[in-house]
Design a protein around this ligand. Structure first.
Ligand code: 5GP
Length: 344
């Protein structure tokens, strides 16, 4: 047994220190980034925030709204082929460049991936497993990379530098970083496994950038300030679940209780998701996700404007005229308290 005693931090443990700046207004801030991916060789320009590949957030309806803001969506792996057909992806280039087709690593996942890629002509893949530390995962990544040499591949999840490097060297363009920080995740409770997300992002971004790869900070953002902190820590993309859930375009069930409307949001390892897609929770495993009822939040576009406004504000406070400069201009201060909760 070993104990690492260097302190590891979460979003809640820090604030971004303001810096003098010459910017006049937050409208001067550009949130767009352009990336050229290490393996696929493709380029992409947009606002690097993506919806999670959960069936409540990675919906086609969500992707339509987000792509209109230049943002991305990892479409969840259970979307039926007929649904893709209905939306005529090959003739919708704006949507196509901003979505990733998700898959797991089982035989049937890979078969469906082939079918969806062919039907949609999408060039972006998201290979998602809860634990990205297995040799089998690496072997599947190598296989998919060999089959699709010019597709952009996002894959994870991991939380440490050495595994980030291993994924990039196996053909991944964007490493998905985060184990346990999610709003409906129970991994830390059930398995006791995880890594504070801010430190995971700092360490994995450093490892990825050294090899010409990128990372997406996946999970744990509870407000626009956390997104700014993730970018400040070096994330190239930030992935959101809970912050985008509960809207008109989200999946989940609408429920009315005492005159208030709610929409359900659940983890992809929750009993709700497993009952829906896997015929229940298998005997040998515990469910590592939970289900919550969120007060219904209306159209997603309003929330997106709020998020982008917060991010622009963060950039102006540190004098970053573009999102690209945010991490260079970020100094975190460690805090013991970040909010005044007197009226909450
Ligand atoms: P959020 O933005 O809601 O904090 O986190 C979203 C992320 O939580 C997802 O992108 C995914 O990585 C993770 N996640 C989704 N469902 C589950 C689950 O059932 N269990 C665990 N451990 N993580 C989940």
């Amino acid at each position: 047994m070993r104990i690492e005693s260097e302190i590891k931090l979460d979003f809640k443990d820090v604030l971004i220190r303001p810096k003098r700046s010459t910017l006049v207004s937050r409208s001067d801030v550009s949130l767009e980034r352009t990336y050229t991916f290490k393996h696929s060789g493709r380029s992409w320009t947009g606002v690097p925030i993506v919806a999670s590949n959960m069936d409540t957030t990675g919906t086609i309806e969500t992707s339509q709204v987000l792509s209109s803001f230049g943002m991305g969506t990892t479409l969840h792996k259970h979307i039926p082929l007929e649904e893709y057909e209905k939306h005529d992806f090959p003739n919708n280039p704006k949507l196509l460049e901003n979505v990733f087709i998700s898959c797991g690593i089982k035989e049937h996942d890979l078969e469906k991936l082939d079918q969806v890629l062919e039907m949609t002509q999408c060039k972006n893949i998201c290979i998602d497993v809860a634990n990205g530390y297995t040799e089998f995962f690496i072997s599947i990544i190598r296989k998919i990379r060999a089959k699709y040499p010019t597709h952009t591949i996002m894959a994870g999840n991991v939380v440490t530098g050495e595994m980030t490097e291993a994924l990039i060297l196996s053909g991944v363009d964007i490493v998905k970083v985060g184990i346990g920080p999610g709003s409906v995740c129970l991994t830390r409770k059930l398995a006791g496994v995880g890594y504070p997300q801010l430190s995971a992002v700092i360490e994995c971004a450093d490892a990825a950038h050294g090899l010409g790869g990128l990372i997406v900070a996946d999970g744990g953002c509870t407000n626009p300030g956390d997104i700014a902190k993730a970018f400040g820590a070096g994330a190239d993309y930030v992935m959101l679940g809970g912050m985008l859930a509960g809207h008109t375009e989200s999946g989940g069930e609408l429920i009315t209780k005492n005159g208030i409307i709610y929409k359900t949001f659940y983890g992809m390892s929750s009993p709700e998701a497993m009952n829906k897609y896997s015929g229940g929770v298998a005997q040998y495993r515990a469910s590592e996700g939970k289900c919550v009822e969120l007060p219904y939040r209306g159209p997603l576009a309003e929330t997106v404007k709020q998020i982008l406004g917060g991010l622009r504000s963060a950039c102006t406070y540190v004098g970053a005229s573009a999102l690209k400069e945010l991490s260079k201009r970020t100094t975190f201060v460690r805090v013991s308290q970040q909010l005044n909760n007197i009226f909450s």
